[in-house]
Design a protein around this ligand. Structure first.
Ligand code: IVH
Length: 674
């Protein structure tokens, strides 16, 4: 291709990639597959490699770059980055309203915008001619820290605006936007699970994680953290600024920023309704919100009302009831996980937090207990945020009476009594006895679980019962169970025994990927297992894979590759494999040609909500895509079907409101078989 054609192709690719990023990270509504996206990206990388002189900072390939910094430079904010005063009751909000109405009568007729108050970190984002130049933390409100390189790694943050290729909106030459960087609950828990499996320190809560990640000196580390962004304010701009908060949010949206959810309220009563509504949906937002922000819609009026200290008069934070309480730490228990990791947990004097009775809370790891000097008998502060498991924040030292006892981590496994070990460089302590009953139970429990072999009706209680009765020493023993074995157990009659045996037998037909998940290799979850099954097609091939072969698969790093090789070397695991093979549990991935699958969903768009029986989210997506359909995140008029599992979210309501056909799993499978 001649240089000028190649250059236009490069520009076209950048535009397209930017747009697809936006569809994916901002709108949650991608319109191309990951594969197609990767192709575009690879093509751009290739052109830039050929012509490094064409690389510009706004190229989507330049999100992770820059050097490890020694410290952050200071950035002067264009105007003070203000804070908010707080209200805790409706009466206090009413008082605020009266106060400002006295200052300006127009307030009595005013309308409002109500937004969730995201519990993250304020960032101030500078754009020049639509290109992201610089981003800073709030700091003291006047001067913040330059965290540009880290912010660039956040895919929801537009490097160039307007984002949409079709968008012809004019962007101000200079624009400074304020938003909040945070981590969703789901990403937080997933990150912690990953860290725990690798024996690394887990994080305390989403906010600390976001804060630590944003203030990393090495942007490559930040890039591995699931940070995301929502914006809610324009700090300054050239040209005519919006007159109302609704116009402002709309403007941000049109530029391509991810914008905070919001409600228009015509009066204070509607504000209270919006508060109640957000509070009810607190756990559904996906991120931690500690209240709502009530803003006068009229920005000019709000500015005229002025500021008290650092708090503008025209807005107020209406906080939710705290989800922190104190209670007595009765004792500390220790769990043994599937990989043998020992994790301490707090046994508490039962206490209510936000309508839930809490009796236990996580204590992360033994280092945490020592660092925080948490003692048995202490009164401790507990937090329950969203769906995150409650955790101990720390002791309230002032309430000590001297009877508290320092906790000594066990030297032996609390279950099998074998000595525990500590790996160099890791915080975790392990029980390394693979025959430890706790590990055996957890391993089998993992094997039968929904994301692995999905043996319906066999849960933790049955697994424990089988192990205790001496019927199972590993997962392969499941396939040796017979009617007589089961009938001698408490609680088993003909029917139940038959059902259990039936469920076990039919799991023999599960896919190779599911069996690989079921093996419980460190670092091998759904995504890696699917890649391994795709690449190796059978356990025979996977067993003899070398480190190099494994590492050549994208997404498999040196640690996971090593863990896979080590797993297959262990005599105990080899024995398990031999037993599985002789039981006939030895799936082989068959190449099904794409054109042999009937394209029953051709051109149809699905949204999935709630938990499905037969599929994980990834699997159902793949299943639909293989049949010509596509899956998007949010329900809109363009959605053809909403597939509903257990505990569906608000998407179901939305589908009903828009009159979109709703399918349950059985109806969906029936459609697929046509
Ligand atoms: S408006 C003058 N809106 O809450 C404008 N702030 O205590 C003041 N925050 O530091 C900010 N979500 O980091 C605003 N929807 C939202 C917000 C929000 C979270 C944070 C912000 C601020 C703190 C105020």
């Amino acid at each position: 291709m001649n240089p000028s054609k190649l250059f236009s192709r490069l520009q076209e690719l950048r535009k397209q990639i930017q747009y697809h990023n936006y569809r994916y990270y901002v709108l949650n509504d991608p319109i191309i597959s990951d594969y197609e996206y990767d192709q575009l990206y690879a093509e751009l990388v290739a052109i830039e490699q050929e012509h490094p002189e064409w690389i510009t900072p706004d190229s989507p390939t330049q999100r992770v770059g820059g050097l490890v910094a020694e410290r952050f430079e200071k950035v002067q904010h264009p105007v003070p980055i203000l804070s908010l005063s707080n209200a805790f009751t409706k009466a206090e909000v009413q008082e605020w309203f009266e106060r400002i109405a006295k200052l300006d009568e127009r307030v009595r007729e005013a309308d409002f915008i109500v937004e969730p108050k995201i519990d993250g970190l304020t960032v101030v984002l500078h754009y020049q001619d639509g290109v992201f130049q610089r981003g800073a933390t709030r700091g003291d409100g006047m001067v913040g820290e330059d965290v540009t390189a880290n912010l660039r790694t956040i895919k929801a943050l537009p490097l160039k605006i307007p984002v949409s290729a079709q968008n012809t909106i004019k962007v101000p030459t200079s624009l400074v936007v304020r938003g909040e960087v945070f981590i969703t609950m789901q990403d937080f828990e997933q990150l912690n699970r990953r860290l725990e499996e690798m024996g690394e320190k887990t994080y305390l809560n989403p906010r600390n994680t976001a804060s630590g990640s944003l203030r990393q000196l090495d942007p490559r580390i930040t890039a591995t953290r699931p940070l995301t962004l929502l914006t809610y304010d324009i700090v300054s701009m050239e040209g005519e600024p919006p007159k109302t908060q609704s116009e402002l949010l709309e403007m941000l949206y049109d530029f391509g920023f991810p914008v905070v959810e919001n409600r228009y309220c015509a009066n204070l009563n509607e504000v209270f309704e919006a508060y109640d509504n957000f509070l009810r949906r607190r756990d559904e937002l996906g991120y931690e919100a500690d209240g709502v922000v009530i803003k006068l819609n009229d920005i000019v009026l709000a500015q005229q009302l002025g500021v008290v200290g650092k708090d503008p008069r025209g807005a107020i934070a209406f906080k939710y009831p705290a989800r922190e309480v104190s209670t007595k730490l009765l004792s500390i228990g220790v769990n043994v996980g599937r990989t043998g990791v020992l994790t301490p947990y707090a046994i508490l004097s039962p206490v209510e937090i936000g309508g839930v009775i809490v009796k236990q809370a996580t204590l992360h790891n033994f280092d945490f207990i020592a660092q925080k000097d948490i003692r048995i008998g202490d009164v401790v502060l507990i937090k329950r945020a969203g769906d995150v498991i409650p955790y101990v924040i720390g002791p309230i030292i002032e309430q000590r009476d001297g009877d508290e006892q320092v906790f000594v981590p066990p030297k032996n496994c609390p279950v099998c009594d074998q000595p525990v070990e500590h790996l160099e460089g890791e915080v975790a302590w392990y029980c390394v006895n693979a025959a430890c009953p706790a590990q055996v139970v957890r391993n089998i429990e993992h094997f039968v679980s929904r994301s692995a072999m999905d043996i319906v009706g066999v849960g933790i209680n049955l697994v424990e019962q089988f192990v205790q009765a001496g019927l199972l020493s590993d997962a392969a023993d499941l396939y040796r169970l017979n009617r007589e074995d089961l009938l001698q157990l408490e609680g088993f009659a003909e029917k139940k025994a038959e059902n259990v045996l039936q469920a076990i037998a039919s799991s023999k037909k599960q896919s190779l990927a599911r069996l690989i998940i079921g093996l419980g290799i460190r670092g091998v979850g759904e995504v890696v297992a699917a890649d391994l099954a795709q690449r190796f097609k059978s356990l025979d091939a996977l067993m003899s894979a070398t480190l190099e072969e494994l590492q050549s698969i994208e997404g498999i790093g040196p640690n996971t590759a090593q863990a896979i090789v080590d797993w297959f070397r262990q005599p105990r695991n080899r024995e398990l494999l031999a037993k599985l093979r002789s039981a006939g549990v030895w799936p082989v991935e068959e190449e099904i040609k794409q054109d042999e699958i009937k394209q029953v969903f051709a051109g149809k768009t699905f949204v999935v909500t709630g938990g499905l029986q037969r599929f994980t989210r990834e699997e159902v997506k793949e299943f639909i895509e293989k049949r010509g359909g596509r899956v998007t995140e949010s329900v809109s008029k363009k959605t053809d079907y909403v597939l509903v599992g257990q505990n569906p979210g608000s998407k179901l309501e939305k589908a009903r409101a828009l009159n979109i056909p709703v399918l349950d799993e059985a109806q969906f499978l029936e459609m697929a078989e046509k």
